[in-house]
Design a protein around this ligand. Structure first.
Ligand SMILES: *Cc1c(COP(=O)(O)O)cnc(C)c1O
Length: 393
């Protein structure tokens, strides 16, 4: 029999890898109702707490009243409207790049940029821990594709020496499952030696990182000569939806001409662009959100060390707790949930086998008291779990 979906699904269950979608019954916020239960959530990517901000909501409502709901067509036909254009200009100014191009999702922005820049005869070099959309983009491009050791400029250098054609080095800015930063100054220097371009997907850096939320390039003070292709997504700290690529005039024109995921899709609803213009203003201006977030992160790391938890080398709002097996990660996540705390268990294939983890994330809307509550309950659940023998490895 072909299409034996039943046994595929059964195998997935047996491996503790079966995925389910928790049903969110409130807006995105720390105290959320999920599957009928009131829970304190530490798992969204709404790092600055803008997804449910009254001014952002009002901007979207006014945008819909003025521009309607649907984009109506692709950008190249008649779907590129004034709010999209204004947002692109604002994002170019924000990133200090000559131009920016708006996309409907980050996944599509990544597919677009990589496939428009490299193809057969070229080379794409990616960090092993890059986001799935970047890895998919590399495969789809048809270029020679290889993955260098995580954040390892020396290993990248060896691969650069063997590269042919146009060569693109691609990395996450903040690694989404570990929370650590790409060592961009070193990676960019290595790329420059070989005339390779660097593309950074800073989905998790824009907002939390940099003095005005400009992400990892602002954090390290890197310009367009270091990072030629800069990607940001708008569904995380911006609290809205979509993504952008920022870079030179020629880069953006190349994407408009050749990037299929840009050309063959309907533009995002213009009201979403109106909302993002407002959230960009809040993200840049309200630095208290970043400062409060930093205090929460520091408090959590101290508390977690006291409990004896294994954290990762992260200074960002992504603070994974390394657990090991998928089964234990699920057990810990279930124990927390029974006590009113929601944290996602991240398992293979999203992370390497044996490194299942709880991915704790913080938002500027969390209070210090809520972080204390998380730590108290973590201590209780962790100590209980430690008493039980490990069943699988
Ligand atoms: C979330 C994410 C994306 C995808 O962005 P969407 O707008 O959600 O499609 C791309 N890259 C990274 C690193 C991400 O974390």
């Amino acid at each position: 029999m072909c299409f034996d979906l039943q046994s595929r699904l059964a195998a997935r269950r047996a491996e503790h890898l079966y995925r389910q979608r928790p049903l969110l019954e409130t807006p995105q916020q720390p105290e959320a109702t999920v599957d009928g239960e009131r829970l304190l959530a530490f798992c969204s990517n709404d790092y600055l707490g803008l997804a449910n901000h009254p001014e952002v909501i009002a901007a979207m409502q006014q945008g819909a009243a003025k521009w309607g709901v649907g984009g109506g067509a692709s950008h190249l036909v008649i779907g590129h409207s004034t709010p999209h254009h204004e947002l692109e200009e604002a994002l170019a100014e924000f990133t200090g790049r000559p131009r920016a191009l708006l996309f409907s999702t980050g996944y599509m922005a990544n597919l677009a940029a990589v496939t428009a820049l490299v193809g057969q005869g070229d080379t794409v070099l990616e960090d092993r821990l890059n986001h799935a959309s970047l890895l998919d983009a590399g495969l789809l491009s048809g270029a020679r594709f290889s993955r260098y050791l995580h954040n390892d400029a020396e290993n990248l250098g060896k691969r650069l020496a063997k590269a042919s054609g146009n060569t693109l080095v691609v990395t996450d800015g903040v690694f989404s499952m570990d929370g650590d930063l790409a060592d961009l100054p070193t990676l960019c220097a290595e790329a420059k030696k070989r005339n390779a371009w660097v593309m950074v997907d800073d989905a998790h850096g824009f907002g939390p990182l940099g003095g005005s939320g400009g992400g990892i390039v602002e954090h390290f003070g890197l310009g367009i000569d270091d990072v030629q292709v800069l990607v940001g997504t708008l569904g995380k700290a911006f609290g809205t939806a979509g993504a952008f690529v920022a870079g030179s005039e020629e880069l953006i024109e190349t994407l408009i001409q050749f990037a299929r995921p840009y050309i063959y899709t309907t533009s995002q609803p213009p009201a979403v662009a109106c909302a993002t213009l407002k959230s960009l203003e809040l993200l840049r201006g309200e630095s208290w959100r970043r400062e409060h977030l930093s205090r929460l992160i520091a408090r959590f790391r101290r508390g977690a060390a006291d409990i004896g938890l294994t954290l990762m080398d992260s200074s960002t709002p992504i603070q994974p707790i390394l657990v090991g097996s998928s089964e234990r990660a699920l057990a810990l996540s279930a124990a927390l949930k029974a006590r009113g705390i929601l944290v996602g268990a991240i398992r293979p294939p999203t992370v390497p086998v044996g490194s299942a983890r709880l991915r704790v994330t913080f938002s500027a809307l969390h209070s210090e008291a809520q972080v204390e509550r998380l730590l108290d309950i973590l201590a209780e659940c962790w100590n209980r779990l430690a008493e039980e023998p490990e069943a699988d490895a």
